[in-house]
Design a protein around this ligand. Structure first.
Ligand SMILES: [Zn+2]
Length: 132
């Protein structure tokens, strides 16, 4: 693993990444393609993804835990906005499929007795630059 800090990505960076896919029919990341948040399937090998950046600020622990749902969506909605300034996006790193460059957002949900790797496909149409 590299110890280099991941570059902080802007919304424009995310839009650019979302337009860079090399192919539409990738079998590597097909099991991960999910419009809303899902747990990473236990059968998927995460080393097939490459980290390209982060949405975490310098003080991620202090970042808001508020979510952004102006249109009545909820955390698991397929059409929930992707608002980098809000939870959980402000805890996310950005990964791309090593085979086709499809971008994904990933963070670790810490429950009382579990840790869950959550993943969501990056859909540029859902990006929302709102600030808390
Ligand atoms: Zn892929």
């Amino acid at each position: 693993m590299s110890v280099e800090p991941l570059p902080r990505l802007s919304s424009d960076d995310l839009r650019a990444l979302a337009g860079q896919r090399s192919r539409q029919d990738c079998v590597v990341c097909a099991p991960l393609v999910c419009p809303g948040w899902e747990s990473v399937p236990s059968t998927f090998h995460l080393d097939q993804l490459q980290p390209v950046g982060t949405l975490r600020g310098e003080d991620a622990e202090q970042a808001t835990v508020m979510e952004h749902h102006p249109r009545g969506t909820h955390a698991w909605s397929a059409d929930a906005p992707i608002a980098p300034a809000f939870f959980p996006y402000n805890r996310c790193d950005v990964w791309v499929c090593g085979a086709c460059a499809r971008p994904f957002l990933r963070y670790t949900e810490y429950g009382g007795y579990y840790e869950d790797q959550r993943i969501r496909a990056l859909n540029a149409a859902l990006l929302d630059d709102a600030q808390p």
